[in-house]
Design a protein around this ligand. Structure first.
Ligand code: HAM
Length: 415
């Protein structure tokens, strides 16, 4: 009996070579944009103590309640595959005493994240994020810079026509006062709310803004809005972020109902959405989290950042992320040897030319067809009659005296 074929687990996917190429190119462009803004690469482990996410992301969030991949290691410690990156970066900032470095500390990361969500197009159980965090400054220019950065990155990735939603949740104190007011309003209307929302009035009243339930939506249409009660420094901070974005020519919609799925946010929150993505329209989002580092046992330290989904960027991208230049293909004709061909392909690669060589025993005709499939710009043929160079664009074929001359043609010195 034939052995049973295995499949990748639900909600995960294999990155096939063509997509791999687009992902690489996206990361290359990301590194270049982020470097210009002074962000440096940073890595934290793929799993952390479960406690970090419970405390950092928030016990009442969907992520912590329902979506974490949590397991015990052999020593009985509870570990969790990271569902997001900010808590890990904040933990590392405290652990390495990074508050002693010049502030703000600006870092970026890219890698796999895990959430046990219902899988569908654009929503996976293992996905990749690119993210940035700037810790140690509450200056509104860091918020604006962050947003500008994501906007520029999306543009560089070929994601056009995005909508930027922007709001402010106020400082921790203002937010606490507002949440009390909102809880009171929700309790007064409890009978019209969905069971889920009603059960979370104490723990997470903001989620009510996010509900699909009709009765809840009606109640929320009349709910007090945090943005309306922003005052003092919070209002000034938000106004300044908006002025800086206006100056930079970034367009946005102020959305008082914008709710993020993580508990650590204070003041600025934002989200970029693309209509090309359908139901999972969020390409990237983030905000300020001035209480998080303190909450994890570090010195009170403001922070702001965002993360964007690599798969969603690629789904929404209309740009050419193909990347690779057209190769030279080294073909072996009658009388030509593997050794000669290998020497030539090696010399071409050493000279910085992308080159491939016949490795499947095809006839010369088959090799030329294969070169065409690779979109080769030229084919170098080693055979009886020495070395020939065929330009695939013009079809012109000529004799070449040796490897050095072939390399010179390939790099364009002799063109
Ligand atoms: P988030 O909004 O939960 O924020 O995720 C950021 C982005 O990750 C989303 O906009 C989406 O593109 C992508 N994403 C999230 N879940 C999935 C999924 N299941 N499948 C595919 N893509 C997904 C955060 O994670 C925060 N840590 C962002 C942040 C950084 N805030 C401050 N600093």
């Amino acid at each position: 009996m034939a052995a049973k074929k295995l499949q990748a687990p639900r909600g995960t996917f294999d990155v096939l070579p063509e997509d791999g190429q687009r992902r690489r190119e996206l990361l290359r462009r990301t590194g270049s944009v982020l470097g210009r803004y002074g962000y440096r690469p940073f890595e934290t482990p793929v799993f952390e103590d479960t406690d970090l996410f419970a405390r950092g992301v928030g016990e009442s969030t969907d992520i912590v309640r329902k979506e974490m991949f949590t397991f015990e290691d052999r020593g009985g410690r509870s570990l969790t595959l990271r569902p997001e990156g900010t808590a890990g970066v904040a933990r590392a900032y405290v652990e390495h005493g990074m508050h002693k470095l010049p502030q703000p500390v600006k870092v970026w990361y890219a890698g796999p994240f895990f959430r046990h969500e219902r899988a569908q197009a654009g929503r996976y159980r293992q996905f990749s994020q690119i993210g940035v965090e700037a810790l140690g400054s509450d200056d509104p220019s860091v918020d604006a810079e962050c947003i500008l950065l994501l906007s520029e990155l999306l543009e560089a990735a070929g994601v056009h026509e995005v909508q930027l939603k922007l709001a402010s949740l106020g400082s921790l104190d203002a937010r606490a006062a507002y949440l009390d007011k909102l809880r009171g309003y929700l309790r007064d209307n409890e009978s019209r709310l969905s069971e889920d929302v009603a059960s979370r009035i104490d723990a997470n009243p903001l989620r009510a803004f996010d509900a699909d339930h009709e009765g809840t939506k009606e109640v929320m249409a009349g709910a007090p809005r945090l943005l309306d009660s922003l005052s003092g420094e919070d209002a000034d901070h938000f106004a300044e972020v908006r002025t800086l974005l206006d100056d930079a020519g970034v367009s946005y919609d102020v959305d008082p109902t914008l709710v993020r799925g993580l508990d650590y946010y204070t003041r600025t929150v934002f989200e970029f959405a693309s209509a090309k993505l359908g139901a999972q329209s969020g390409v990237g989002g983030g905000g300020r989290y001035d209480g998080l580092v303190g909450q994890l046992g570090g010195p009170e330290t403001p922070g702001v950042g965002w993360a964007a989904g690599v798969e969603r960027i690629l789904l929404a991208s209309e740009g050419n992320l193909g990347g690779f230049p057209a190769p030279v293909f080294v073909a072996i004709a009658d009388g030509g040897t593997r050794r000669e061909a290998f020497r030539l392909v090696t010399a071409l690669r050493e000279a910085g030319v992308r080159a491939e060589v016949e490795q499947a025993g095809r006839s010369l005709k088959g090799q030329l067809k294969h070169a065409d499939r690779l979109s080769a710009k030229a084919v170098a043929i080693v055979g009886d009659g020495g070395l020939e160079w065929k330009d695939m664009k013009t079809g012109e074929q000529r004799q070449v005296s040796n490897v050095l001359e072939a390399v010179r043609i390939a790099v364009g010195v002799d063109a």
